[in-house]
Ligand binder design. Structure first.
Ligand code: ZN
Length: 396
């Protein structure tokens, strides 16, 4: 029964049940009286819906509320084992896999699983095999896996189920293909939006409803949350700040255009500039420890080990990111801007450069409204966000 998680959205009773489940997601265990007030329905209506949710196993009783004196109303909350959600984060040459239970607790996580990632059916098959193995290994009842969400870089239309940057060769929606191969309901989302949702739900967002999330990884993406909801744009392509044309630098971007922000402000840019400057004769501890064969992760480690060249390049990139964040603050007037992605692992080195640039280029009054911080979840944000988004899609 549980894998056919369908609480219809059409009837009042279905909407009431979804409202109750979403209230538990946001607030934890509650009494009937609290629920009735929050979902704006009568106590008898809520009592009936709760009874049905108890019967199908989605919620449990959690004892009595300690109220000091008088009656002690019963507390209800989500049954963590009534459903599971899987997130699959597709990176370059590897994937990260995660699973949460119905309450949102992380059940299992596997990072950096090597996987052929290219635009072929073989790649999709290898990816699906890894997902199957991950679910098998977790030992959960497979009938209770309610959704598998794939987090994919580039242009992703979550509504239509098509990915347009990778896996764009299939006639049918990618989600249909994934569901056929896996035998689970599946969904897809842009990687930065999934990461932004993770940060919103369990990261460095503390009640703010208008949030911008800058994903400074190999590329540079923006997750936009307006009044607590992810903003996708018409077709799911919103937030492509990395491809804003900002420079006349003659550097070709991987998107095919030139002079994109990403060519000067991203992990890819960090890697290129450090390589160029070392080649031009500048010294760095990197070449002593790694020779010329270093990775982006090595550069991040070198920054944190206080290598002057790598710090200098990260500061320059932070300043460029800050210029764009300042423009975004002027446009959106957000409560909070979170900077995440691999570059955020350089901590204060990146943040101070972003702060300096934001202070310089924002309108003073607008800037005063906005808190700026680094991601709390760091590289786990993407996979946690994918799992939580899978649950949101099911709960509606
Ligand atoms: Zn570009």
């Amino acid at each position: 029964m549980l894998n056919n998680f369908k609480i219809d959205n059409e009837t009042k009773s279905g909407q009431c049940k979804k409202g109750i489940l979403n209230y538990f997601v946001a607030n934890g265990n509650s009494t009937i009286q609290e629920l009735a007030k929050e979902v704006n329905l009568s106590v008898p209506t809520v009592t009936k819906a709760l009874g049905e949710l108890l019967n199908v196993g989605y919620i449990n009783e959690y004892g009595k509320q300690e109220t000091g004196e008088g009656r002690h109303p019963t507390l209800y909350g989500l049954n963590p084992d009534s459903g599971y959600f899987v997130g699959v984060e597709i990176k370059e040459g590897f994937v990260n896999l995660g699973m949460i239970n119905f309450r949102g607790d992380l059940v299992d996580i596997e990072n950096d699983k090597p996987c052929r990632i290219d635009n072929t059916m073989e790649s999709i098959e290898e990816l699906c095999e890894l997902v199957k193995q991950f679910i098998d290994k977790s030992g959960v009842n497979k009938d209770k896996v309610l959704n598998v969400l794939f987090s994919i870089a580039g242009r992703v239309n979550a509504k239509s189920g098509y990915s347009h940057t990778i896996y764009n060769f299939t006639e049918q929606p990618l989600t249909t293909l994934f569901s056929e191969k896996l035998n689970y309901p599946t969904s897809i989302e842009n990687d930065t939006r999934a990461y932004a949702f993770g940060e919103y739900m369990v990261g460095n967002v503390n009640g703010e409803r208008d949030v911008l999330f800058v994903n400074a990884s190999w590329g540079l993406g923006l997750g936009i949350i307006i009044n607590g909801e992810l903003y996708t744009g018409r077709s799911g392509f919103a937030g492509e700040i990395g491809h804003m044309h900002l420079y006349n630098n003659e550097i070709l971007c991987h998107c095919g255009k030139k002079g994109c922000l990403e060519t000067e402000a991203s992990g890819r840019a960090l890697y290129r500039i450090v390589k160029e400057r070392i080649k031009a004769g500048e010294s760095s501890s990197l070449t002593q420890t790694k020779g010329n064969d270093f990775t982006l992760e090595d550069i991040i480690d070198a920054v944190n080990a206080e290598d002057p060249l790598c710090i200098d390049v990260v500061e320059r990139i932070g300043y460029a990111i800050g210029e764009t964040v300042a423009n975004l603050i002027n446009v959106f007037n957000p409560e909070l801007v979170v900077i995440g992605g691999i570059l955020a692992r350089t901590g204060i080195f990146l943040q101070q450069a972003v702060n300096a640039s934001v202070r310089k280029y924002t309108l003073n009054l607008v800037n005063k409204d906005t808190r700026l911080c680094l991601s709390k979840l760091n590289e786990r944000g993407g996979i946690i966000g994918a799992c939580l988004l899978a649950r949101k899609i099911v709960l509606g």
